[in-house]
Design a binder for this molecule. Structure first.
Ligand code: ZN
Length: 684
């Protein structure tokens, strides 16, 4: 596959800088933005819905009526659109790698051979279940609870007790060993516990999926085993924490010695498990969901060894199904894709293969990706915007009426210490010693998983790696790391509609700047605010300021609790609070930053473009950014397992709290989104 560049696309950074003097000054050029002519496609705007009644549909009605999710993906939104074009580029990088050198351990060899192993369906079909036969016999060979605990520590076996390496929240310069619980096939505990449709039907389908997986693998008594496995998952679900509880960074920060862990959570052979994890020399273990770990350790002791064995057999089949032969891939899709997410059909096999290489060798591909598609000037432009956002947050924190002086001083210190990482990491991992072959898809993945385990163990002996990215460079994402007090914007997200150097400044402030503001905002959301500038969990708030903060955030919880993600399924305002604070702070601060920009660069008056004022364009961009069409199943899955609110409410639920939006669109009492000023939530 050859990469094709759209006409008018920036070929090199050098050419771009000839016409773009400032990252946000595109309206002075005659270049066309990637969307519409200046960044928002106004042909999608509604002629019947008013801004004040439903801003989301006012901006996006035309698109919502015509857009379609691509084959094999249960939704379409800005992330998917950017992903698909990025995937084309990744496909080009893979095709090139396949034709280049075969030197073992070179990125080209690894990428090329991994792709061969993934896309050779003929061989995968011939092998059937053989690639996981050795893992299945390890499970079958267990004879007691010690054996079961030991293999639950293997990185490529999916048990319900797991381990990993996490930042030490009490001293984030170091990493520490951690244990926690898992074990559910469905997206969250609600799917097991809710006594209503569609959950009852989902549980029935899961039981059938488990039984048919065992049957296909030639395991005896598949139906009886499936009943036991299902019953065990149900018991695990009862003991797990909700997503809202798991967001509580203080409640999750339980540090114990191995001896304390054994006394606290008896029933699970911790000595055996920790030794296999190579955690036995650690003096401290982080026990994330402590009461769930304790209760599930007890459940482990009460469950017959034969049932634990059946459970691990099934988990192995489920975890590897989509890397095996056609019947396994199809069955995996029928349950996880179709049943859980309402995806109507599978993605084309050639795209599945590209996605698989991209996920497994994200950095090896990412290095080639940024060399070709991300220039130093892109980084400088985004860095400049980060500066705008930091300056604006600083000015606003300095003036916040509800915050007292001691808390303000701490908040300002934390703000200055937020580190930003843009595009790609300064250092890359060296995985050249991982053997990747053209004929061993499962083995390739196993060896990469083993490499990650070994690398995690190294982290226990090193200072925290500030250079390490949480994403591969081509990923369409952005994030705040609480333990590093840092924000990261990989190259993948720095594309239209998130960031378009050719778009109007108001559009870039209403999109990428608001996204940057969102990530800054996580440092000061309900959880981020519980750690300091060093990333350490520490209460730096006075009682009075904390009470004021919580009064405000409670208003946002109440508002979002009213919104229906689906008929009969409300948004959980508490669970989604951090993301909603991020959106509200991000949009408010980005708006103020835009005002500064207009003052500094446009003589205090933004031009009118296409009949829209600068303020209007700013909010139109935000609404366009979150347009989406999402299947019912996927909306349900996210509402119950993901703290982000659906796009409609990231728009309507946020703008109605921002005074400038009322002014920009002349929103008045009587309009459906209207909130009287005293009910608008203002935090940062
Ligand atoms: Zn967020």
């Amino acid at each position: 596959m050859k990469i094709s560049l759209k006409s008018g696309f920036c070929l090199t950074a050098a050419i771009c800088t000839l016409v773009i003097s400032s990252p946000l000054a595109a309206q002075q050029t005659t270049e066309k933005a990637a969307i519409g002519t200046w960044g928002v496609d106004t042909t999608n705007m509604s002629k019947t819905v008013s801004a004040g009644d439903d801003f989301y549909r006012y901006v996006n009605e035309g698109w919502l009526k015509t857009a379609k999710a691509p084959t094999g993906i249960p939704y379409i939104d800005a992330f998917v659109e950017v992903y698909l074009s990025t995937e084309q580029r990744v496909g080009g990088i893979i095709a090139e790698a396949r034709e280049t050198t075969d030197a073992p351990g070179s990125p080209e060899q690894m990428i090329g051979d991994f792709h061969r192993s993934a896309s050779d369906m003929e061989r995968r079909n011939a092998l059937g279940i053989t690639p996981i036969a050795s893992t299945l016999s390890i499970v079958a060979g267990t004879t007691d609870r010690n054996d079961i605990a030991r293999i639950m520590a293997y990185p490529w076996i999916d048990g319900f007790m797991g381990g990993g390496v996490l930042a030490n929240a009490n001293d984030p310069t170091k990493q520490m060993a951690a244990v926690g619980v898992g074990g559910l096939t469905m997206p969250s505990r609600d799917y097991y516990l809710a006594d209503a449709e569609p959950y009852i039907g989902h549980r029935k389908a899961l039981l059938e999926y488990i039984a048919s997986s065992l049957r296909r693998a030639g395991i005896d008594n598949p139906d009886a085993r499936a009943e036991k496995i299902m019953a065990l998952e149900l018991e695990i679900a009862k003991r797990q924490w909700s997503l809202g509880q798991q967001r509580d960074v203080v409640a999750m920060n339980n540090v114990m010695t191995p001896a304390q862990l054994k006394a606290y959570a008896p029933g699970f052979p911790w000595d055996v498990f920790l030794a296999e994890m190579q955690f036995d020399t650690q003096s401290q273990i982080k026990v994330t969901t402590d009461t769930a770990t304790r209760d599930i350790a007890k459940l482990f002791a009460e469950t017959p060894v034969a049932d634990l064995q059946s459970f691990l057999t099934y988990k192995t089949l489920d975890a590897w199904a989509d890397s095996l032969s056609e019947p396994w891939v199809q069955a995996h899709f029928e349950f996880h894709g179709k049943r859980m997410q309402d995806t109507s059909e599978r993605r084309p096999a050639e795209l599945e293969a590209i996605a698989s290489v991209n996920a497994a060798l994200g950095e090896e591909i990412g290095k080639a990706y940024v060399a070709e598609y991300f220039g130093a000037s892109d980084r400088a432009k985004v860095q400049e915007m980060v500066g705008y956002l930091r300056d604006t947050y600083r000015a606003r924190i300095q003036k916040l009426e509800w915050m007292d002086e001691p808390t303000r001083a701490e908040a300002l210190v934390k703000l200055e210490k937020v580190a930003s990482y843009i595009g790609y990491p300064e250092k890359w991992h060296d995985r050249s010693n991982v053997r990747i072959t053209a004929d061993d898809y499962v083995g390739n993945q196993n060896r990469l998983i083993n490499w990650v385990r070994a690398d995690n163990l190294k982290k226990l002996t090193e200072p925290t790696r500030s250079w390490e990215f949480p994403y591969s460079p081509q990923e369409i994402n952005a994030g705040y790391s609480q333990s590093k007090n840092s924000i990261t914007f990989p190259a993948g997200v720095l594309q239209p509609p998130f960031f378009d150097p050719k778009a109007d400044a108001a559009v870039n402030f209403g999109s990428i700047a608001a996204v940057i503001g969102h990530e800054f905002g996580h440092g000061f959301d309900d959880q981020g605010s519980r750690s300091d500038g060093e990333g350490k969990i520490r209460d730096w708030w006075t009682k009075a300021s904390r009470a004021e903060f919580e009064k405000r955030t409670a208003g946002l919880v109440d508002q979002f609790n009213q919104y229906d993600a689906l008929p009969g399924l409300k948004i959980n305002g508490r669970q989604n609070l951090g993301e909603n604070i991020g959106d509200l702070g991000g949009l408010s601060v980005a708006y103020a930053a835009y005002q500064t920009y207009v003052k500094e660069k446009q003589g205090g008056k933004a031009p009118v473009i296409g009949g829209f004022t600068g303020d209007q364009r700013f909010f139109l961009a935000w609404a366009q950014l979150w347009r989406n069409i999402t299947s019912e199943g996927e909306t349900r899955r996210r509402t119950l397992s993901d703290p982000h609110s659906p796009g409609e409410f990231r728009v309507n639920g946020i703008v109605r709290n921002v005074d400038a939006w009322y002014k920009a669109f002349n929103v008045k009492p009587g309009d459906k989104l209207y909130l009287p000023p005293e009910r608008r939530v203002r935090i940062w």
